[in-house]
Design a protein around this ligand. Structure first.
Ligand SMILES: NC(=O)c1ccc[n+]([C@@H]2O[C@H](COP(=O)([O-])OP(=O)(O)OC[C@H]3O[C@@H](n4cnc5c(N)ncnc54)[C@H](OP(=O)(O)O)[C@@H]3O)[C@@H](O)[C@H]2O)c1
Length: 173
C-alpha cells in the first residue's frame, strides 16, 4: 500500500516497482491510501494489476472534511462513488475517530437504545452499510476489540442509515 501520494517520486516509477513485486509473488495486491480520483486513475494507468483499495479517513465525523490529508475532499460525491462504480474497495480509517465523538450526539444515543448497540458499534455499522466499504477500527483492548467486532450482525434500517447520512456531526477542535 502506498500510504499517500509522493510529492517527490513519480507515481509511474512506484507503480512499475509494485507491479514487479506482484509478478514475483512478493505481494498479492496493490492498495493506495489518501488518493484522489485523479491520482488513483493516474496510478492505475501505470499498473497492469488492478489497484484494489483506496484507504481514506472516513467516518460520521470526517466525511468530506479529512483532517490529515488536506488534498482529499469530496469523499462522498467523488471518491466513494468512483470506487463503487469501478469495484474498488474503500477502507475507512479512524471509523470511530479514536472513540471520542460518538457519545456526544443525541441522534446516536437514540440508535444505541433502538438497536441495543454501543456508540462505536453504530458508527462502524453505518460505515458497513455502504457498498464496497470496509473499515479497520483499532484497539489494543480485548473488550473494545470484541465490542467493535460486535458492530456487525444486525444491519441498520434504511431510514436510520439515511438519518445518519443526512446528519452533520460537528465537534469543536
Ligand atoms: N492510511 C492512513 O493515512 C491512516 C490514517 C489514520 C489511521 N490509519 C489506520 O487506521 C486504523 C485506525 O485508526 P485510529 O487508530 O487512528 O482510529 P480509530 O480506530 O477510529 O480509533 C482508535 C482509538 O479509539 C479507541 N477505541 C477503539 N475502539 C473503541 C471503542 N469501541 N470505544 C471507545 N474507544 C475505542 C482505541 O483505544 P484502545 O486501543 O485503548 O481501545 C484507540 O485510541 C489504524 O490501523 C491506523 O494505522 C491509517
Amino acid at each position: 500500500m502506498i500510504h499517500k501520494p509522493s510529492l517527490e517520486l513519480p507515481i509511474k516509477q512506484t507503480m512499475i516497482a509494485l507491479n514487479r513485486l506482484r509478478d514475483e509473488w512478493m505481494i498479492e495486491n496493490i492498495w493506495v491510501s489518501n488518493f484522489t480520483v485523479d491520482q488513483f486513475k493516474e496510478a492505475q494507468s501505470y499498473s497492469d494489476s488492478k489497484i484494489v483499495n483506496n484507504q481514506i479517513e472516513y467516518s460520521l465525523l470526517t466525511r468530506n472534511q479529512w483532517k490529515y490529508a488536506w488534498w482529499i475532499k469530496n469523499m462522498e460525491s467523488e471518491i466513494i462513488p468512483y470506487c463503487q462504480k469501478e469495484w474498488i474497495f474503500v477502507t475507512a480509517v479512524r471509523p470511530i475517530e479514536r472513540g471520542i465523538f460518538a457519545t456526544w450526539f443525541q441522534v446516536i444515543d437514540d440508535l444505541v437504545e433502538k438497536y441495543n448497540k454501543t456508540h462505536a458499534q453504530i458508527a462502524i455499522n453505518w460505515l458497513l452499510s455502504k457498498d464496497n466499504l470496509i473499515t479497520i477500527p483499532k484497539s489494543s483492548n480485548k473488550e473494545r476489540l470484541e465490542e467493535n467486532i460486535g458492530a456487525v450482525g444486525r444491519e441498520l434500517d434504511a431510514e436510520d442509515v439515511s438519518l445518519l447520512d443526512t446528519t452533520v456531526f460537528v465537534v469543536d477542535e
